[in-house]
Design a protein around this ligand. Structure first.
Ligand SMILES: NC(=O)c1ccc[n+]([C@@H]2O[C@H](COP(=O)([O-])OP(=O)(O)OC[C@H]3O[C@@H](n4cnc5c(N)ncnc54)[C@H](OP(=O)(O)O)[C@@H]3O)[C@@H](O)[C@H]2O)c1
Length: 214
């Protein structure tokens, strides 16, 4: 029987030259106002939102739904194998339930958050997704960064990929892209089906479904 896991949506914003941040890895505002609004409703319709510790260290995001009082609680999930999330990170502010996912070797604890240890060396996504499903997470929103998105693709865990293409060039061979990591061998790719193209202000939202053999 197939293991039950949440439906996984990857969402990010990139430039037309395929970058999601500047070469110093600092955040660049790529989304239009309309896209930022869409992201808020995407968060509202999700049960959990996930980022890697690289994004926590670079952007220090809050990962909550802004504006009106949310109708349900969004679980914030951080992948952090070595316990690098600083105690003063915004994601640890106690304003929403938060789960730091680390490895069995990491003994670090944080105030105000739950810690899940799964995997050796690096967080094991398969174990994590099974656990999130067990905890009631049915829609998981993965917001980055490039290394984490790559791992979700590489593991075959992405169901929908939404990328907003903004209107500036960042350039640079070291600037992060939507799917960094090691990449597949040349002959291997992940096939996608384009399911929606929407203009949002000065940019375009591309939505894809991952094509599966089974
Ligand atoms: N434009 C956008 O939409 C957008 C959105 C988010 C972020 N960003 C940008 O993306 C950049 C950060 O991306 P990043 O690639 O450096 O970091 P990241 O993907 O946020 O985090 C990567 C880190 O997560 C940890 N991790 C734990 N388990 C993992 C697993 N199974 N697979 C992959 N990573 C795992 C690893 O650190 P440990 O080994 O220490 O655990 C890894 O180095 C920043 O520049 C940020 O501004 C852009």
């Amino acid at each position: 029987m197939a293991t039950m896991r949440p439906f996984v949506i990857v969402n990010c914003a990139m430039t037309p030259d395929g970058k999601i941040a500047g070469r110093s890895r600092r955040q660049v505002r790529i989304s239009s106002r309309e896209d930022a609004e869409r992201v808020q409703s995407l968060r509202t319709s999700s049960d959990a939102i996930l980022v890697g510790v690289g994004t926590i260290l670079a952007d220090d995001p809050h990962l909550t739904v802004k504006g009106a009082a949310p109708t349900k609680t969004l679980l914030r999930v951080v992948l952090d194998s070595k316990g690098r999330t600083p105690e003063n990170a915004r994601v640890l502010d106690g304003s929403a339930p938060t789960l730091i996912v680390t490895t069995e070797e990491c003994s670090k604890t944080w105030k105000r958050v739950e810690v899940l240890r799964c995997g050796i060396g690096r967080v094991d996504l398969r174990i994590l997704l099974t656990e999130l499903y067990r905890q009631g997470v049915r829609r998981l929103l993965v917001e980055g960064g490039g290394e984490v998105i790559w791992s979700f693709f590489a593991g075959g865990f992405v169901d929908r990929y939404c990328v907003f293409v903004g209107k500036m060039i960042i350039g640079g061979s070291t600037s992060p892209t939507p799917a960094d990591g090691e990449g597949f061998p040349d002959e291997e790719t992940i096939p996608l089906e384009l399911v929606e193209v929407t203009r949002l202000g000065d940019g375009v939202l591309l939505s894809y479904e991952v094509v599966r053999d089974d």
